[in-house]
Design a protein around this ligand. Structure first.
Ligand code: BTN
Length: 233
């Protein structure tokens, strides 16, 4: 992947959605500072300027049906996990696509797909990896960074290059292989029961992860849930 750096931008995802032709597909646009970094569910994304990797890239016509869009999410999550393991930071994928080191979130992913008919015409993939930040101010649950785990600062350019290489490799893998590896990489995917809350009922339950469907639904031993229907506690 090509890598390009910009100093300050609202959000790298918005930057690529508004004017993708500023860079080519599969070019990582890394921002030293985001003034309006966005997370999932309308949250903001905290990142101290110059400390972390906050970047987006787009895939033009990824050749994926809209119904299979979760496979992009899986491949991206595995690419990040692979890159971090090259730095001896071992991670798991918290369904659907947060990257966790132990009990703490080290990376968030925000994918925004454009759909044309039945196919995805463009996918903007935004990734925030906590690299050198050691204090977090927002109310994000349990953030952690590579530096906090390793006890040393890392070179952002080197992390970016490693991430790009791993993403490229992961996105080139076949969908079936990707799905199998994704399931093996699941956080709390060891078959034991863990606490969840059902969004619809507000009920707290203890359940074990049995499966994730290729379309992205989470199968617990007590039911089948779409994204946002079930919350890890
Ligand atoms: C999450 O909430 O877990 C997703 C966080 C995604 C953050 C990244 S940082 C680069 C890109 N630009 C944004 O505004 N958000 C994503």
């Amino acid at each position: 992947m090509e890598i390009t750096w910009i100093d300050t931008v609202g959000s790298t995802n918005a930057y690529l959605r508004e004017q993708p032709e500023r860079v080519g597909p599969m070019t990582m646009v890394c921002a030293r500072e985001q003034t309006e970094g966005r997370g999932q569910r309308g949250n903001s994304w905290e990142s101290e300027p110059g400390k972390n990797l906050t970047f987006s890239f787009y895939i033009s016509n990824p050749g994926v049906k809209a119904s299979a869009q979760f496979s992009i999410s899986e491949a991206v999550a595995l690419g990040i996990a692979g890159a971090l393991s090259e730095f001896d930071v071992q991670t798991k994928v918290k369904w659907p696509n947060d990257i966790y080191a132990g009990e703490r979130k080290i990376c968030g992913i925000l994918i925004e797909n454009s759909i044309l008919g039945e196919a995805i015409s463009k996918s903007v993939v935004g990734i925030g990896i906590n690299v050198n930040q050691t204090e977090f101010r927002s109310d994000a649950p349990n953030p952690v960074s590579m530096a906090m785990i390793l006890g040393k600062m890392l070179d952002l350019g080197e992390v970016a290059e490693t991430v790009g290489r791993n993403l490229e490799k992961s996105l080139a893998r076949g969908m079936d292989d990707t799905h199998g590896i994704y399931k093996e990489s699941l956080w709390r995917g060891d078959g034991r029961p863990y606490p969840f809350r059902e969004a619809a009922t507000g009920k707290e339950i203890k359940a074990a992860i049995r499966d994730v469907e290729p379309g992205g639904h989470l199968i617990l031993d007590c039911g089948r849930y779409a994204f946002k229907e079930i919350i890890f506690l």
